[in-house]
Design a protein around this ligand. Structure first.
Ligand code: BES
Ligand code: ZN
Ligand code: ZN
Length: 488
């Protein structure tokens, strides 16, 4: 739907929108809801009582009060409530309101008294903007609903920031949801250039010849089997004045992963257009960073390719020479991401990154370990790891630390080359082994986020529809440009 979220200074009952929304818990109205209840002569609380409303999260009661309608929104149990409750309420509300046919509404900024006006305004606006997302580009006759949502007694700057971040997440979702015949590596390069022009970022995109000439043999090996040639995308955000630090973001950019000759069964291939979700998160983050203008220099790198089969494709037993000089024996062409990322990480390191944060839909093993809501975090530097995890926590994204266990390093030793891209016949510890492989390509502090689980969902979730989730954008933005917490 088309949504605009606006900040208002006044209380819910002072804003003349056709629909006023306020919250309640089991047996208890919020302060804003109490005022609306008084306006209704106590009718709201009476009906809640008589109909035995429990106050479950998302439960609603709609009643006319004077010229307006009032929607009471159940906030669930008071115990264990968090900013995530507010975010989810925002996402749920926009659907409820448009389903009822309203085009304009005013909502209470839920839990502002508990979490502060800024935090609550931010979470509610972010939830509404993420929840309103749809991908209807390929529908011939899409129904587009419109909504203007006022947030009563909210913080204007917090709502502005939420708009910037949510827009960046939704941009990443759009990239992931594009079908792979449209979003080829070349097209991803074009989108990056367009983003650079719009946002005022430096962009350079290398074609297959430049990739080969640069010596990115691991990346090129993966790409060589496709009719759609690879691209190496580089973007830079430079702050005004001397940057406080230089951070590189690296995103896995497989626009489609068939597995190559180590072919995936159809079932596993179904969602593989999402194999560029790391790249999407990185580009989305650059978009937000360009608008938020933090004091860090941010460099983004994406090795974009397709993992396909043809007479020219790489095979099992091939030895590839990576940009670092290390040779890699390919024992499974479906472990292609780490090959492309190896060269991107080496390049980021050589270009002067002080810290590297890399995101990839890297292993099914990580999904087995943590499920599809939590990303695995691997770091070669405890401080950077902590920084990323804390940013994720503040941003409301789930990231969990995993070990880069040295004892497993022997699993990627090859008899023929310097490394092999998968461990022998053991099925154990696949996400860790992949992380160890990446860590071979830089001595700089590196955080690897394996987002294979949370990047994509086949069912609607609390903050959006089925499809690309845009996972990672919120964490990266929070890392590079922390949300100011002071009260207004
Ligand atoms: N893109 C996949 C990983 C993936 C799995 C992403 C599920 C999203 C959801 C990756 O390239 C891959 O195929 N990895 C292999 C590695 C194995 C061959 C060592 C895997 O996880 O099976
Ligand atoms: Zn693969
Ligand atoms: Zn892949």
């Amino acid at each position: 739907m088309e949504i605009t979220v606006k900040s208002a200074r006044r209380y819910v009952d002072e804003i003349p929108a056709p629909l006023a929304i306020a919250g309640y818990w089991g047996g208890e109205l919020t302060e804003e809801a109490r005022k609306l209840d008084q306006k209704s002569g106590g009718q709201l609380s009476r009906v809640l009582d008589e109909l035995k409303y429990k106050g479950d999260f998302g439960e609603t009661l709609l009643l006319p009060v004077g010229e307006q309608f009032v929607l009471l929104f159940g906030l669930g149990r008071k115990r264990g409530v968090s900013l995530e409750t507010v975010r989810k309420a925002g996402a749920r509300l926009v659907h409820e309101v448009t389903r009822l046919g309203f085009k304009e509404a005013v909502a209470e900024t839920f839990l502002a008294e508990k979490f502060g006006k800024k935090q609550a305004s931010y979470a509610l606006a972010e939830g509404a903007l993420l929840g309103a997302y749809e991908f209807k580009k390929y529908k011939s006759d899409p129904e587009v609903k419109k909504l203007r949502l006022w947030l009563a007694r909210s913080s204007g700057p917090a709502v502005d920031r939420a708009e910037i971040v949510a827009e960046a997440v939704n941009y990443a979702r759009d990239l992931i949801n594009e079908p792979p015949n449209v979003l080829t590596p070349a097209e991803l390069g074009e989108r990056a250039k367009e983003l650079g022009r719009e946002a005022g970022l430096e962009v350079e995109v290398w074609d297959e010849r430049q990739i080969q000439q640069a010596g990115m043999g691991a990346f090129y090996g993966v790409a060589q089997g496709s009719l759609n040639p690879p691209r190496f995308i580089q973007m830079v955000y430079r702050p005004q004045g001397k940057p406080s630090r230089v951070v590189a973001l690296v995103g896995k950019g497989m626009t489609f992963d068939t597995g190559g000759y180590s072919l995936k069964p159809n079932e596993s291939m179904l969602t593989m257009k999402c194999d560029m979700a790391g790249a999407a998160a990185v580009l989305g983050t650059m978009r937000a960073v360009a608008r938020l203008q933090p004091g860090v220099e941010v460099r983004a790198y994406v090795a974009a390719a397709e993992n396909m089969i043809s007479g020219g494709a790489f095979r099992v037993s091939d030895v590839l020479k990576s940009l670092s000089g290390k040779t890699v024996e390919v024992l499974n062409t479906d472990a292609e991401g780490r090959l492309t990322l190896a060269d991107a990480i080496t390049h980021a390191d050589r270009e002067g990154a002080e810290a590297i944060v890399e995101l990839s839909t890297l292993t099914g093993a990580c999904v087995i370990a943590l499920g599809d809501k939590v990303a695995g975090m691997f770091s070669t530097d405890a401080r950077l790891g902590r920084e990323v995890q804390e940013a994720a926590e503040r941003a409301g994204e789930k990231v969990w630390p995993m070990p880069l266990e040295e004892e497993y390093r022997e699993m990627i030793a090859s008899t023929t080359a310097d490394l092999k891209n998968v461990h022998g016949r053991s099925r154990y510890g696949g996400a860790i082994v992949a992380g160890l492989f990446l860590a071979e390509f830089t001595e700089k502090p590196l955080v690897h986020l394996d987002i294979a689980g949370p990047a994509y969902t086949e069912r609607p979730h609390a903050l959006g529809p089925a499809g690309g989730v845009g996972f990672g954008v919120r964490t990266l933005v929070e890392l590079l440009s922390p949300n100011p917490l002071g009260e207004e």
